[in-house]
Design a protein around this ligand. Structure first.
Ligand SMILES: [Ca+2]
Ligand SMILES: [Ca+2]
Length: 319
């Protein structure tokens, strides 16, 4: 990891608020102690957008670290925004802070040379969220693009901030007060908040495979649906929770394609795609909040139904 201790990286980490990429680790070696911090590589970097609504909403506003300025596109679907990190960086995730004019569907893609592009994530947002994140799993990346495939409103698409986050080791400063460190106590412990919570399902294969079996903490019991693609399994967390990830422990009858859906009210859902599963287990990071979490099958991997030993929701209760 490269060493860089610049005050603006600290500022970026603070702006990022609760650090969602990884818990901050701190080493305590004798001399030259280092600490790992979240860095926003997009901050102040060059950006290009397909359009702007007007001169008040230029693309640079989305990488200025200021949550009261924003980029807003022309009122079309398909508008896009590219940030050039200036050099290849190891990217953990990207995070979008949305104005009310959000994108109902968007695609995040990346490139090392601004010529060959790869898709990293596509998301359907059934309703508004103030922020969304996509995992990059420490890919080496220089250019990152967001394409607003479909608008959520009649306006354009508007971002307060577009953050490209990575972890860097930095030398600890001895001359400054410890308050400059990213607070490690701000992030509660992630536990399985779905454990033994009430669950419902679209169907069951038989009475021994009811919905509760996917949330009982027992890897010998499982939920299993009837044999069709369009099946779902919902757990009610009881409280509004921060949700880091949703994890599936699949029986042999797994879902090749599925969606994780999150809702505050059990009626309006935000969807996160889980594509190309190979079974055994999957973990999808969502970094969002909600009270209900739903597995929604899209396509089965076998002629049988969907069967889940355990569906775990990593997070913590908010209120
Ligand atoms: Ca801004
Ligand atoms: Ca079980």
């Amino acid at each position: 990891m490269k060493k860089a201790l610049l005050s603006f990286t600290l500022a970026a980490a603070m702006i990022a608020g609760t650090i969602a990429v990884n818990p901050v680790a701190k080493t305590t070696t004798a001399e030259a102690a280092t600490t790992t911090q979240v860095v926003n590589y997009a901050l102040g970097k060059d950006v290009i957008a397909s359009s702007t609504e007007n001169a008040d909403y230029v693309a640079q506003n989305a990488v200025d670290g200021n949550m009261s300025t924003r980029w807003s596109s022309a009122f079309n679907d398909g508008e896009w925004f590219v940030v050039d990190l200036g050099q290849i960086r190891t990217v953990g995730s990207v995070r979008m802070y949305w104005e009310a004019a959000y994108a109902a569907e968007y695609t995040i893609s990346w490139s090392q040379d601004n010529v060959t592009w790869y898709d990293a994530a596509s998301r359907i947002c059934d309703y508004y969220s103030s922020e969304t994140s996509e995992m990059f799993y420490n890919r080496p990346v220089r250019y990152i693009k967001i394409t607003m495939d479909r608008r959520g409103t009649v306006y354009g698409s508007s971002l307060y901030e577009f953050e490209v986050l990575g972890l860097e080791e930095v030398e600890e400063t001895t001359t400054e007060a410890p308050t400059t460190e990213v607070p490690t106590t701000s992030q509660p412990t992630v536990t399985n908040i779905a454990l033994n919570k009430p669950a419902t399902a679209s169907s069951i294969e038989g009475v021994e495979y009811d919905a509760s079996k996917a949330f009982d903490g027992d890897m010998n019991t499982r939920w299993s649906s009837q044999f069709s693609d369009d099946q779902w399994l919902t757990v009610s967390l009881g409280k509004i929770c921060h949700i880091e990830y949703v994890e599936f422990q699949w029986e042999a009858a797994y879902a090749a394609f599925s969606e994780v859906q999150v809702s505050f009210d059990g009626e309006n859902w935000t969807s996160y795609r889980l594509t190309k599963s190979h079974g055994i287990s999957d973990r999808l990071y969502v970094f969002t909040a909600g009270r209900y979490v739903r597995f929604k099958g899209v396509r089965r991997a076998t002629p049988y139904g969907y069967s889940i030993y355990e569906m775990r929701v990593g997070g913590w209760e908010l209120y």
